[in-house]
Design a protein around this ligand. Sequence first.
Ligand code: NAD
Length: 506
Amino acid sequence: MATATQTPERLSSYNPATGELIGSVPIFSAADVDAAVARARVAAQTWSTRTFAARTEELVAFRKALAAAADDLAALMHRENGKPELEALVEVMMSLGHVQHATAIASQAMATRKVSAGMLANFRATISYHPLGVIGVIGPWNYPLFTPMGSIAYALAAGNAVVWKPSELTPLVALEVEKIAKKTFALPDLLQVVTGAGATGAALAKAAVDKVAFTGSAATGKRVMMAAAERLTPVLLELGGKDPMIVDSDADLEKAAEAAVYGALTNAGQACVSVERVYVAEAVHDRFVDEVVKQVRELKVGGDDGHLGAMTSPAQVDIVRDHLQDAIAKGAKVLTGGPDAISGSYIQPTVLTGVDHRMKVMTEETFGPVLPIAKVHSVDEAVQLANDSKYGLGSSVFAGKAARSIADRLRAGMTSVNSVMAFAGIPSLPFGGIGDSGFGRIHGEEGVREFTRVKSTAEQAFSLPLNMMTFRQPKDMTKRLRGMIKQLYGEGVVSRAGDVLRKLRK
Ligand code: NAD
């Protein structure tokens, strides 16, 4: 672990299902965070000058070591976060997919590109991509490995060092990953973990990092952005969501119901891209609801073979209860679960109908195992309601022929068609949102370039008699320029700048 020297207090990590103390970690002070960033800067200087092939070799070793520790990482996440072991293992697998993908595509994503030089036809114009330096990664508790790895893997593959502040609710899994990184990377400070709560995160956002990649709530994201503004540090914000699903009248209802149930309830609904609200065409609404209820009744909460685990944070249980009570008070009907079926950190999956946008459960992030279903009279109404949100992260559409055109009308960073959450599992698709869901992209080539600085180079290959970047111009230059403007941009547009230049030279 990166060393914490300043603060004597420690942070405890508990099993949310049992309340058992699992371990404790140091709380990094601002001085500790600054020291970690300084060490990371030294590591970044060496790492950034390595070839892609050399970096690939170490990233592959890192991935293999993580894969070898998959069972331990999953078991730890199960205990620390409360999710079922199967879901924890899926999380490890998806995280490894991103380490592999980022490693494989980094050189291609950062390859220098030649672009048209436009009217400066005697120039070679190129765009090149360079590592930023040190990336501060601040992560949440709901996917303690997958979510931060979406930034860490791409930042490392792009040639940066990383200082990672995991959530105070799930610090142990981060420390395991740091141990593996120290064994596999030649540079021990390439990936460091700084543990602590909000103050440690705030210190990282203010530190001398070259970018902050933050995943968490919109409220904290705003604070991170304000703190980073002190040094004009760029930020990548992956925030919350209120993902809609649209089910059209010609959708495969059984598949749509299965996807809605999984999308709303996986990880006990604590996913930024959970299905948080469903809009179903009037003609199939009742059949869809029946199918959903049937499938939800087959699910088990808690225990070793449970489909849904414990909620990770007691504060989140209170938010879910509040949303359910608010919806019921405003007329929603509870078909399964409900506020009375909340017991400690366990919430029974709750299906609601008769919901509308006066209710928090349809407008604010619930982040729990709740599936509110609304009836709509047309696709237009469904799209209008789906887009009636300050968030814009994921979304999904179940429909026949119109599926793709409905998807294109959704105001969201990502859409799955006849599926849910699939965009998160396809490593080449950029992941991110708009509006209160944040900005910037992880995953895919965009995810690599997010952790680079872009450099433009204009290289003069040969000189032309007509050179506009000098004061030494012929007397009739004004007249020539007037002609040029007309020919290039006016009525007599000629397709290639080179043709104009040739003409003007005559
Ligand atoms: P949170 O905002 O409470 O905390 C996130 C992280 O920020 C934690 O590590 C926390 O310690 C740190 N933090 C708290 N105060 C800070 C401050 N002032 N400055 C810097 N860091 C600070 O979020 P959470 O409750 O851990 O996570 C749940 C939220 O994360 C949900 O809204 C969820 O939708 C979102 N999320 C988004 C994505 C995505 O990719 N878009 C993925 C997972 C989770």
